[in-house]
Design a protein around this ligand. Structure first.
Ligand code: HEC
Length: 118
């Protein structure tokens, strides 16, 4: 008898999870948008090899972000933190593959969090 109640409960749990996770997915950095930004603003100048070369200068995720920020300043693109994160995530996913800090890659963790978005 008890088992009959477990299905609606499970569904309620699942939909609650979806609702809880949705805003987090929306606020995580967007690599597709990063790709578009990069291609329109940066791709014309350096080829892929600058990111894939053996002696690349960016040595971790934050370093990649520093370079993106530096070029953003050099070219006075006026990108905000969101755009900088998007482009950094795109470059990291495509070339560098460094571990991504949770502040940028929130989607990766599906573990329930006790505190709401900080
Ligand atoms: C005027 C040409 C030019 C433009 C435009 C440009 N870059 Fe670069 N970029 C370079 C050069 C040259 C280097 C290599 C610097 C070095 O070796 O010290 C470089 C290096 C980098 C690196 C580090 C590569 C490594 O070795 O790990 C990153 C990341 C980067 N650029 C991102 C960007 C982004 C993001 C943009 C657009 C906002 C951009 N660049 C626009 C010329 C450019």
């Amino acid at each position: 008898m008890l088992r009959r109640h477990s299905t609606p409960l499970a569904m309620l749990f699942a939909s609650t999870l979806v609702i809880l996770l949705a805003p987090r997915i929306a606020t995580a950095a967007d690599a597709a948008r990063g790709a578009a930004l990069y291609e329109s603003r940066c791709g014309s100048c350096h080829s892929e090899s600058v990111h894939g070369r053996a002696k690349r200068v960016a040595t971790d995720f934050d370093d990649v972000r520093r370079w993106v920020r530096r070029w953003n300043d050099n070219l006075t693109l006026r990108w905000g933190d969101e755009e900088i994160d998007d482009v950094t995530l795109y470059l990291n996913n495509t070339y560098y593959k460094y571990p991504c800090p949770p502040s940028v890659c929130k989607v990766v963790s599906l573990a329930p969090r006790v505190h709401p978005e900080s």
